[in-house]
Design a protein around this ligand. Structure first.
Ligand SMILES: Nc1nc2c(ncn2[C@@H]2O[C@H](COP(=O)(O)OP(=O)(O)OP(=O)(O)O)[C@@H](O)[C@H]2O)c(=O)[nH]1
Ligand SMILES: [Zn+2]
Length: 351
C-alpha cells in the first residue's frame, strides 16, 4: 500500500499529518482502553493490542502510556504490540483520584471540545466558564454548544448575554440536537482529520447530539460492536466514533466526568485578580476593609456581583483541592511539614 493510501485511511481516524513517520511500522489510533489491553483502529479495521514491556515499568510517568486518542506504532504479532506513542498534538487531562496525586490523561489529539449546555433549566454560564478553564491548557479549541434551542422563546437573548461574557472569539452555536439540519453547522469542526469530544452535564443532550451526528452510520457502529466480541454484544465502551462528515468523535467515560482540579488556572478572571491586587491591604478579604478595590468596583457596577461570586466559587474549589493534595502529600512524608518554601503573604500595608 502506498504512503498516500495509508494516510488516506488514517485520516478517517483523525490523522492530520501529510507524511508518515519513518520506520515502516503499522500506525493506528487507540480507540479504547480496557484492563485487558487496548483497542486500535487503523482506518479500516479494529484490532486488539498489548502495550510493549517498557510501558509497564512502575517508574514510568503514567501520562507516557498509550491513551485514548493516541497514534501509536504497532509491532505485528499475536497479539500485536504497541511499541511507541507518537507525539501528541493536544492532551486533555485531569487530576486523578487516588492515593498519589497525578495527572490522568483523558484523551489526546483532540482538536475541538464541544461544551454542551441545554438552554433549559441546565443553562448556567458560570459552568460553561469553568469548562473553558479546564480546556484552556489542553491545546484543543473549545466550541460552546447550546442545545434545546427549540424549547426556549428567549434563546437568542440568552445567547447574546453569553457571547458578551465569554472570551472574544469563542464560537457559540445554538442547536436543536434532534434536528440534523440544525446540527449541520457543526460539520465545519468534523471534517476528515478532525477529532472532537463532547462534554456537558447529565441531560444536556450529549447522546441525542451524538446520534444525530452519526445519522445513518449509527447502524454501522452497532454492527461493529456486535462482532468484535465474537458474536456477543460487547459491554465495553466504543470511544471513537467515525462520523459521516469524515471527522471523529471521541466519547470516553473519563471525558464525561470531566471535573475541576486543583491546577486549573483562573485566567478567565484575570481582570478580577488584577483588581484585587490594587486593594490597599495585600491580604484584603474584600469585605469591609478600607480601600478595597473589589468593593468599590462592585458598588459602582464595574464588577457584577454574579461574576464575583463565580470567581469566589472557582477559587474556593481550587484551594480546597490544593489543601487535599497538600494533606495527601504530608501523609506520604509521614506527617513532616513540606520541605519547599511556603509562599506566604503577610499583612502589610501597600501605602
Ligand atoms: N427539545 C429538545 N430536546 C432535547 C435536545 N437535546 C436533547 N434533548 C432531550 O433531552 C433529554 C436528555 O438528552 P440526552 O441526550 O440523553 O442527554 P445526555 O447529555 O446524553 O445525558 P446523560 O446520558 O445523562 O449524560 C432527552 O429527553 C432528549 O430527548 C434538543 O436539542 N431539543
Ligand atoms: Zn479588597
Amino acid at each position: 500500500m502506498s504512503e498516500a493510501e495509508t494516510i488516506e485511511r488514517l485520516r478517517r481516524v483523525g490523522w492530520r499529518g501529510d507524511a508518515l513517520p519513518g520506520g515502516g511500522l503499522r500506525l493506528a489510533r487507540v480507540v479504547a482502553q480496557h484492563r485487558a489491553g487496548y483497542e486500535l483502529h487503523d482506518g479500516v479495521s479494529l484490532f486488539g493490542a498489548q502495550p510493549a514491556g517498557h510501558f509497564l515499568k512502575r517508574t514510568l510517568d503514567p501520562s507516557e502510556r498509550p491513551a485514548v486518542g493516541d497514534f501509536v506504532e504497532v509491532e505485528p504479532g499475536s497479539p500485536p504490540h504497541i511499541s511507541k506513542v507518537l507525539p501528541r498534538r493536544t492532551v486533555l487531562s485531569r487530576a486523578a483520584a487516588g492515593e498519589r496525586y497525578e495527572r490522568q490523561v483523558i484523551a489526546t489529539n483532540i482538536d475541538y471540545v464541544f461544551v454542551l449546555t441545554g438552554l433549559d433549566g441546565d443553562f448556567n454560564p458560570a459552568r460553561i466558564e469553568r469548562y473553558l478553564s479546564l480546556i484552556e491548557d489542553s491545546g484543543a479549541q473549545p466550541v460552546v454548544l447550546l442545545s434545546k434551542l427549540d424549547t426556549r422563546a428567549d434563546g437568542a437573548e440568552l445567547i447574546e448575554t453569553l457571547r458578551a461574557r465569554l472570551p472574544a472569539g469563542t464560537p457559540v452555536h445554538a442547536i436543536n440536537g434532534k434536528d440534523p439540519a440544525s446540527v449541520a453547522i457543526l460539520a465545519q469542526y468534523l471534517q476528515p482529520g478532525d477529532s472532537a469530544v463532547l462534554v456537558g452535564s447529565s441531560g444536556a443532550g450529549k447522546s441525542t447530539l451524538t446520534n444525530t451526528l452519526l445519522g445513518d452510520e449509527r447502524m454501522a457502529t452497532s454492527a461493529v460492536r456486535a462482532h468484535d466480541s465474537r458474536g456477543r454484544h460487547t459491554t465495553t465502551h466504543r470511544a471513537l466514533l467515525q462520523l459521516p462528515t469524515g471527522g471523529c468523535l471521541i466519547d470516553t467515560p473519563g471525558m464525561r466526568e470531566l471535573k475541576l482540579t486543583g491546577e486549573e488556572n483562573l485566567d478567565l478572571f484575570a481582570d478580577i485578580e488584577a483588581l484585587a491586587e490594587t486593594c490597599r491591604f495585600a491580604d484584603c478579604g474584600h469585605g469591609s476593609e478600607p480601600g478595597c478595590a473589589v468593593q468599590t468596583a462592585l458598588d459602582n457596577g464595574e464588577l457584577s456581583a454574579e461574576r464575583w461570586r463565580n470567581y469566589l466559587k472557582l477559587r474556593d474549589e481550587r484551594e480546597e483541592q490544593a489543601a487535599t493534595l497538600e494533606a495527601r502529600l504530608r501523609r506520604q512524608r509521614g506527617g513532616r511539614p513540606p520541605t519547599r518554601p511556603h509562599a506566604h503573604r503577610g499583612s502589610r500595608d501597600r501605602e
